[in-house]
Design a protein around this ligand. Structure first.
Ligand SMILES: [Zn+2]
Length: 246
């Protein structure tokens, strides 16, 4: 069987304590929910793996300022603060990765977890990463993904920074870019990317044969054309699947 599921989505730490009202609230942290939900739906619809990481701390850890660390108490195991934001998409196919179970800071979703192993077993080559917070857990997850040899799209509009120092968010994005991540936006839907070979092939065809025609179209008309093309490609794929199974 051909494995074409080479991409995964990693939703980092979209938990109550990191959202407005939480003990370590990230300003506008809740705003990542909507774009990430759309992407999760899209990835799940296509049968591509979706991971949610969560900070999952014991009540006492050196990660907390009370015990010698940096942070106020947050995301303690089995408390409401550690629950995912109530608006965040839930689905039985989403894989949950828990981190920060000991005294380490464990900002990265790879740190002390089996995420790398799971991605390897799934044959994943590219990860899309968004969530909370840009300057800590998202950044460290992105940097670790790159160290594991994965291609990374860091979803700039689906992450928000803590900003202990003003500008930390932008500096984190620079650091991710310099390390080799592509800084992208969540609104780039997977079906419009070149990795969808069926669509890409037809787009090329359209470019060649209908170029002059296309130039006269409005943006809306071009979008509608792209959508009908997408439906056509979906039908083709579905037909292909049926014929190989029968
Ligand atoms: Zn933490």
């Amino acid at each position: 069987m051909v494995n074409d599921k080479k991409r995964a989505l990693i939703v980092v730490d979209v938990q109550n304590d990191f959202c407005p009202g939480g003990t370590l609230a990230v300003e506008h942290g809740n705003e990542v929910v909507e774009p990430l939900n759309k992407l999760m739906e899209e990835f799940l619809r296509r049968g591509e793996p979706v991971f949610k990481s969560r900070d999952w701390h014991p009540p006492q850890t050196k990660h907390f300022s009370e015990y010698g660390g940096t942070w106020p108490i947050h995301c303690v195991q089995n408390t409401s603060g550690a629950e995912f934001h109530p608006g965040l998409l839930d689905d039985k196919h989403i894989r949950i990765v828990s981190k920060g179970l000991g005294d380490e800071d464990s900002y990265s979703a790879f740190d002390g977890t089996d995420l790398a192993l799971q991605l390897q077993r799934l044959g994943v080559e590219e990860v899309w990463v968004g969530g909370l917070a840009t300057d800590y857990c998202v950044k460290n997850t992105v940097l670790d993904a790159l160290k594991h040899g994965l291609r990374v799209k860091a979803l700039k509009d689906a992450m928000r920074p803590v900003e202990l120092q003003a500008g930390d968010g932008e500096r984190a994005i620079d650091e991710m870019r310099r390390a080799g991540a592509e800084i992208a936006t969540a609104s780039q839907q997977p079906e419009f990317t070149a990795s969808d070979q069926v669509v890409a092939a037809y787009l090329k065809g359209i470019d060649r044969t209908l170029l002059r025609d296309n130039l006269r179209l409005t943006v809306t008309e071009r979008f509608e054309r792209l959508m009908s093309l997408q439906r056509f490609a979906d039908d083709l794929r579905a037909a292909g699947k049926h014929s190989t199974h029968s």
